[in-house]
Design a protein. Structure first.
Length: 122
């Protein structure tokens, strides 16, 4: 009887892909400035997210006059439905929601500096 219960329990457990796999791919959207009176500019962005051992690598481009200009690459850790990167300029939090990622860059003084909304490219 106990073997049967174990088999049933295994059969009904959700099969969960690696959390990071849901983030992998090319994402496009908008990065808008929240902080006023700064050098920040609203931007159209492209994020390329790849899976590395134990973390996600995010390479970010802004689109200037129709051309991609790379802004750099940061390493993120996963936390269920979010990617988080803590570095000298603040904390990026990118949250996966249905069909999109929404996120913020929060400065060390807890000021939300930027908001990002991006959608996965097919």
């Amino acid at each position: 009887m106990s073997k049967l219960l174990v088999m049933i329990a295994i059969a009904i457990l959700p099969v969960r892909a690696d959390e990071m796999d849901r983030f992998v791919g090319e994402w496009r959207g908008e990065s808008t400035c929240v902080a006023k009176d700064t050098a920040c500019h609203d931007e159209t962005v492209v994020y390329r997210i790849t899976k590395k051992s134990g973390h996600a690598s995010v390479s970010a481009d802004k689109i200037v006059n129709g051309s991609a200009v790379n802004m750099g690459t940061l390493e993120f850790r996963t936390d269920h439905d979010s990617l988080i990167c803590e570095y000298e300029q603040g904390i990026w939090r990118l949250k996966l929601e249905t069909g999109k990622i929404e996120g913020t860059l929060t400065r060390p003084d807890n000021t939300v500096f930027r908001r990002v909304t991006i959608r996965k490219e097919p």
